[in-house]
Write a protein that binds this ligand. Structure first.
Ligand SMILES: [Zn+2]
Length: 350
């Protein structure tokens, strides 16, 4: 295991924040933004998952900028209608939030209501069922509270020091990359369960403490501004699931459970993690076969007319919590960087 590994997974998910924030939101016909947490900043020095959260102040500025830029915020159903009708008179933005964290209800929802902006929540049904494993947060907690941790690698016990902040950061990146490279997510989960057990970290607590329960989701789902989308049952990287039937079941069952619990059948899906190691051609095909109107990746990019033929492989722009300064927003929202797009393929649905 390399000590200084470039942060693989979430970094692929978000790319380097700077890069995608330089990407012009106003290019193409529109864009889908994605976020995870909206909540006040924590003071801890060790926060490897900080890129997944933005502050309520930043979020409010983002909404204000969207409004000021004259971008229309629309629901995913309306986006789908526009693709089918070829109706691209006005540039649009869709706002999406993955995983259904309580802080979205507490801090983002009041602002979304105030601005009257529609939004979508993508829910892995094991989260409100309190069976979800938020392993990336558990790993952070294990390393935060340990001076040294043990891991079984290739059948051998290995030990890693993580007493200092620098060591903690390096070790998080290394273990994260090691886990993300595993061929099978069950192996990843087993490794994190072992780490939690030996460090006395309660893996189930993250789901219970951070994710909305069914009653909370029901309150949001009742608001016409809110679209509830499927995000599978167990939040696995689907490409690592060998059995196609199991992939199909993950997508289909989460839709059925959400329909039974909230009274409306989800028409949209977001692939867990959603980067090219988590969702590919097989997943795009299955989502289409299951009749989802759209399915969203985290491959970065804005939307073009041609995405009409790839509605189950749509890109999103992840708002990265490491880059919350107003100047980034300004560049993001200005059309000035459009030229940067010339080097990028417009549609990346392979
Ligand atoms: Zn997710």
């Amino acid at each position: 295991m390399k000590q200084a590994v470039i942060r693989g997974g979430l970094e692929t998910l978000y790319f380097s924040g700077l890069h995608h924030l330089l990407r012009p939101l106003v290019g193409g016909v529109g864009a889908i933004l994605t976020m995870h947490h909206v909540r006040p900043p924590r003071r801890d020095a060790f926060q490897p998952n900080r890129l997944l959260e933005v502050t309520p102040e930043f979020f409010e500025r983002l909404l204000r900028q969207i409004e000021r830029a004259g971008l229309e915020v629309i629901s995913l159903d309306e986006m789908h209608r526009r693709f089918i009708a070829g109706d691209f008179a006005r540039r649009f933005v869709c706002l999406t939030f993955d995983d259904g964290y309580k802080d979205i209800k507490q801090f983002a929802y009041p602002l979304l209501k105030q601005f009257r902006m529609p939004f979508a929540l993508f829910i892995a049904t094991s989260f409100p069922d309190r069976l979800g494993e938020l392993w990336w947060l558990a790993l952070e907690a294990v390393i935060a509270q340990s001076k040294r941790i043990g891991l079984v690698i290739d059948g051998k016990d290995r030990f890693f020091d993580c007493a200092t902040l620098k060591d903690k950061r390096a070790l998080y990146d290394a273990i994260y990359a090691y886990l993300r490279e595993m061929k099978d997510e069950d192996e990843l989960r087993a490794t994190v369960r072992d780490l939690c057990a030996s460090s006395r970290v309660d893996l189930a607590a993250f789901c219970r403490d951070l994710c909305m329960d069914w009653a909370e989701l029901g309150e949001l789902a009742a608001d016409p501004l809110c679209t509830i989308g499927a995000h599978t049952v167990n939040h696995k990287m689907l490409m690592k699931v060998a059995d196609e039937g199991a992939v199909r079941a993950e997508m289909d069952m989460s839709r059925s459970v959400l329909e039974a619990a909230l009274g409306r059948r989800p028409q949209h899906l977001a692939y867990p993690v959603g980067d090219p190691t988590s969702a590919g051609a097989r997943e795009f095909r299955i989502a289409a076969e299951l009749g989802f109107k759209t399915a969203l990746t985290t491959r970065p990019g804005v939307l073009f007319r041609g995405h009409r033929d790839h509605l189950t492989a749509l890109p999103r722009i992840s708002i990265n919590g490491e880059y919350q300064q107003p100047r980034y927003l300004k560049v993001l929202m200005s059309g000035a960087a459009t030229a940067m797009w010339n080097g990028f393929r417009r549609i990346n649905a392979a």
